[in-house]
Design a protein around this ligand. Sequence first.
Ligand SMILES: Cc1ncc(COP(=O)(O)O)c(C=O)c1O
Length: 421
Amino acid sequence: MSWPVHPALGDPVMDTMNFLNEIAARYPAAISFAPGRPYDGFFDVEQIFGHLRGYLDHLAAGLNPAQVRDALFQYGPTAGRIQGLIAEALRQDEGFDVPDESIVVTVGAQEAMLLTVRALFSRPEDVLLVCSPCYVGVVGVARLLGVTVRAVPERENGLDAGDLELAIKAEKALGNNPRAVYVIPDHSNPSGNTLGLETREQVLQIAHREQVLVLEDSPYRWAGPSEPVPSLKRLDQHRQVVQLGSFSKTVFPGARVGYVVADQEVAGGGLLAAELAKVKSMVTVNTPPLSQAVVAGALLSGGGGVRDLTAQTRRHYQRAMQLTLDQLQLRLAGLPVRWNRPSGGFFLSLQVPFPADDRELISCAEEFGVLWTPMRYFHPDSGGEHGIRLSISCLSDEEIATGVSRLAVYLTSRCSATSRQ
Ligand SMILES: Cc1ncc(COP(=O)(O)O)c(C=O)c1O
C-alpha cells in the first residue's frame, strides 16, 4: 500500500529548501555561493551562557526566584515572553512605537509567515501577491495552505510600484481579492535588491488606496549599512503593514526566534496579533522560552537593539559584498554577463546568456568546483531562466577570490559555447 499525501507536497518548491541546504554537502570540494547561512566566524558557544545570564539577571530585578525558574522551565504564554524587549528594540533601531500586545514571538520569521497567511486568507478568491523572484518559504506556506500566489515580476532594481498597482487591479478585474503583498525591502533574498524610499512610499500609498495589506519581511536589513532606508512599518500611517521579524541573521539562526508585529484591528474587535496567537497555539504552542531568553539576553547586551549588536557582522557582510563585486568586475569584464551591486546583505544576482538550470549547476560543480543557485527556483511562475543567485555570506576572502575566479572560467567557457550556437 502506498499512502496518498497532500498534493502540495509534490510542488517543486517543497524540495527547494532542502536542496539548498544539502547541495554543498554533495560537492565538498566546491566553493559554495549557494546557502544563505550567516557567517559563523563570530559565533562563540560561551556567548549563549552570557546572554542567558544577562536575561536571568534582568528578570531577577523584577521577579522572585520561583517566577524566574518558571520563565525558563515552564510552558510560556502563546504570544511570548519578550515582546516588551522586542518593542524596545524596534523603538531604538527602527524609530517606531508599537504596543507589546501587537507583537507575537514566533519560531523564526518562517512561522510568522504561516500564522499570518493562515489568519488572513480564507476564501478561494483571496490572492497573495509576491515579488518574483521571491523567497521560497512564503510560496511554500501559501501552497501548503491552498492560498493562490500571484507573482509581480521585479525589474532590474527591484519591485516597481506601478507594476504592483497594475497587478492588484488585474486581480480585482478577475473578481479576485488581493489581500496582501509580500515584500522583502532590504537586500532581498534572492535578488539582493533594496527598495528606495520613494518606492516604499508609493507601495504604501497603493496598499492604502487599494486596501491591501503589506507583509514586510526583512531579515537582511541589519546586514548592510548602519543607516538603512526607513522600514515600511516605520513609514506606515494606516496600519497597513504586518512586519515579519527574524533574529536569525542578527542573533543566530539556531535560536529559531522571530516575531510578527500585527497592530491591525480585526473584524469583531481586537488586534490581529491576538488572532495570530490563536493560530500559534495550534502550531507550536509557544516559542521555546529558553530560546527567547537567549535572544533577549543578546538584545540587552547590545544596549536594547540590534544596531550595535550587529556592528561587526554588518561590516563583515559589506566588505564581503564589496570584495565579491570587485572580483566580478576584475574577472568577468568583457563577458556578456550583468549583475547588480548591493550595498550589503547576503545575495546578488547575475544575468547570463544561457539557461542556468540544474544541469548547468551540476556540471559547474563537477567540472569547475563552484556552486550557485539557479534563480529559476525563486520564481513561482515562469521566469529567471537566465539568472544566478550568488550568496556571499559565509565565505572567507580567499574563498570569494577563488570562487569568483572559478566562476569566471566556467562563464567564459559557457558564454563562448553559447555564442557559437
Ligand atoms: C527572506 C527570508 N525570510 C525569512 C527567512 C527565514 O527566517 P527565520 O530563520 O527567521 O525563519 C529567510 C531565511 O533564509 C529569508 O531569506
